[in-house]
Design a binder for this molecule. Structure first.
Ligand SMILES: Nc1nc2c(c(=O)[nH]1)N[C@H]1C(S)=C(S)[C@@H](COP(=O)(O)O)O[C@H]1N2
Ligand SMILES: [Mo]
Length: 255
């Protein structure tokens, strides 16, 4: 992960990322040899961002007055899945978040438990690669606090967010994953509030990820389980997320 790059690698990364990455980023669909080049630029972007962000890690925060009146939606707006419908029917009183995998203590936290933890509020810009962006004021628990509570086991490398909505034409449950660098970022939170209200169902109630340094589809909504793993290979089709598996979206989606 936080590998230091030498000057040549950085220059090569900038050149390749700009020349090729920029072109292929215009579309989510990549095939054949383009896919390999794409994977290369993806990993160069990833290393370059980690290198640059280690010095200036925070994204811009906005004023309350900048908040978008109606925060848009993308993807699922109401999961049809039976378990979700049951939780929703009871206003999420029976819902709990599980945190398991490579942790010292597996946790099961109700919405009340999460709300009793130290909260963080941030007003940030969300960018969806389908062509819109909006500003929202999010309230939740820093993911780092939850991971500290659970205690990571040696070998822990990625955090997987298992969602409660079956999505899209392949009818798989939505999922996403990030590395520990993004997971421990000070603005990465699991949010239960939007603009001072409970998180609306359309925006991922009861709990959704905000990983402010990355693009829209990484922000998993309807999170039911957080799994800590050493590899993404055995999750879904192995590329780290629903869009990554299904539509070759880049796993690292830094802004
Ligand atoms: N579980 C789940 N999470 C999801 C999605 C989804 O369909 N299901 N859509 C993603 C996309 S593409 C974006 S841009 C954001 C949109 O969040 P919003 O609907 O609250 O605007 O959620 C992301 N997280
Ligand atoms: Mo999106």
């Amino acid at each position: 992960m936080n590998k230091l790059l030498n000057r040549r690698q950085i220059l090569r990364g900038i050149l390749l990322s700009t020349a090729i990455g920029g072109t292929v980023l215009a579309s989510r669909r990549y095939i054949g040899p383009v896919r390999d080049i794409y994977d290369l630029t993806d990993s160069l972007n990833y290393n370059l961002h980690n290198f640059l962000l280690s010095n200036q890690p925070l994204v811009r925060e906005f004023d309350k007055a900048d908040v978008s009146v109606n925060f848009p939606t993308s993807g699922t707006v109401l999961p049809k899945d039976d378990d979700y419908q049951r939780f929703l029917g009871n206003d999420f009183a029976d819902w709990s978040l599980s945190i398991d995998g490579l942790v010292e203590n597996s946790l099961s936290l109700s919405l009340a438990d999460l709300k009793n933890m130290k909260a963080q509020t941030q007003t940030t810009l969300h960018t969806c690669d389908e062509g819109w962006s909006a500003i929202g004021e999010w309230t939740g628990v820093p993911l780092a606090s939850l991971l500290t509570l659970a205690g990571l086991k040696p070998g822990a490398k990625y955090i997987v967010f298992h969602c409660m909505d079956t999505f899209g034409s392949n009818q798989q449950r939505y999922y996403e994953s990030i590395d520990l660098f993004s997971a421990n970022h000070p603005q990465t939170i699991l949010a239960y509030g939007l603009n001072g209200e409970s998180l609306p169902v359309k925006n991922g109630a009861p709990l959704r990820l905000r990983v402010e340094t990355q693009i829209g589809y990484k922000h998993a909504k309807y999170v039911g389980r957080v799994e800590v793993v050493d590899s993404l290979q055995n999750i879904g089709s192995g590329r780290g997320g629903w869009w990554e598996d299904y539509d070759h979206a880049p796993w690292y989606a830094g802004l």
